[in-house]
Design a binder for this molecule. Sequence first.
Ligand code: ATP
Ligand code: MG
Length: 398
Amino acid sequence: MDIKADICVVRFAELSTKGKNKKDFVRLLRKNINEAMRSFDGVKVVGSFDRIYVYLNGADDVLVLARLQQIFGISTISLAVKVEQDIEQMKDVAVALMKREPKSSFKVITRRADKTFGLVTDQINRALGTAILMNTEHVVDVHNPEIKVLVEVRPGEVYITVNTVQGAHGFPVGIQGKAMLLISGGIDSPVAGYLSNKRGIEVECVHFQSPPYTSQAALSKVMDLTRKMTAGQSEIRMHIVNFTDLQLQINHFIPESYRITIMRRMMIRIAQGLANNRKCKALITGECVGQVASQTLDSIQVISAVADLPILRPLVMFDKNDIIAIAEKIGTYDISIRPYEDCCTVFTPINPVTRPTLHKAEFYEKSFDFSPYVVECIEKAETVFVKYNEKRAEDTLF
Ligand code: ATP
Ligand code: MG
């Protein structure tokens, strides 16, 4: 018997809050699931107090499950098969489902929401357990089973589940509001975006390009990275800033050793201008202490000094290996290692200062009025939307 699941039972993650907070959590999670399910015809999402039910209505259960596993705020997901309130049918389906599983220990656990059903919980457990024992290789373990066969008797119908898989955990994207992610073509910033999404922060992205010193290929790489991030946030607003003129002025007026520091301060000013226009509450970068010259504690201090908004640095204490492991998991690593020119690498000085001081940075910035250039970068930023693309869903699954 080839059986497909009829429903996904979604349980919530990290839900320690109560009352209104819980309502917001569930409402947002339901909205995010609804958005993610748009690419599947006929799928219906129904919320209840402690679970969300995703009715498949014929949609492919494997693909729906994989997509649900990308949505933050979900702890576990079970695929359930709907059968009639008929013990023979229940036995057949339980056996067929268990035949697909590798040899394991199991236990049948029944919840009887409909008390009018002719058999009591214990009788159902025993009937299904015996059928599974007689028709498969599985063994019973009532204390520590590898598989729990969950049977839910509801008015007029019964749901049977054998496998429960882990969700993405974290919080529904958007529950914390928005922040502006500075995204480059490197390994770190997409990982910083992913971790921010996981904590419930919706991101908008800003990318600085310096044509003709940076190529179209470099920009499409950033777009590809952002598209990967739409697995967790179905739609991302991307601001593309043309940084060339400002960078040329930096190169002209700022001593070589301070160019990176000043460039970073300009990036933060521009990102903050965009963030304020877009009601973002923080900036996010992929910076990590000690990784490169511009990421010493001294640099971080001098760069942060221009920001009024908090700068979140999710990777600040991570080792590179740990960052790479996440990048591989979310599918951004292979894109990030494609060769490209970042506006930073094109203009990288040979000897950047590793211990800049705020005093000197401010002193050098006084040598020229950079502010019209900053304003122009903010005003002329181009906005594009990067959306989850169901035709490329395979690409985005992680
Ligand atoms: P990444 O791998 O994220 O590029 P990195 O280790 O290469 O980081 P840097 O190039 O020093 O480090 O950049 C530090 C951070 O500054 C990046 O993580 C990103 O948040 C931001 N950043 C750097 N270049 C750009 C850019 N062209 N556009 C937007 N943000 C950038
Ligand atoms: Mg970089």
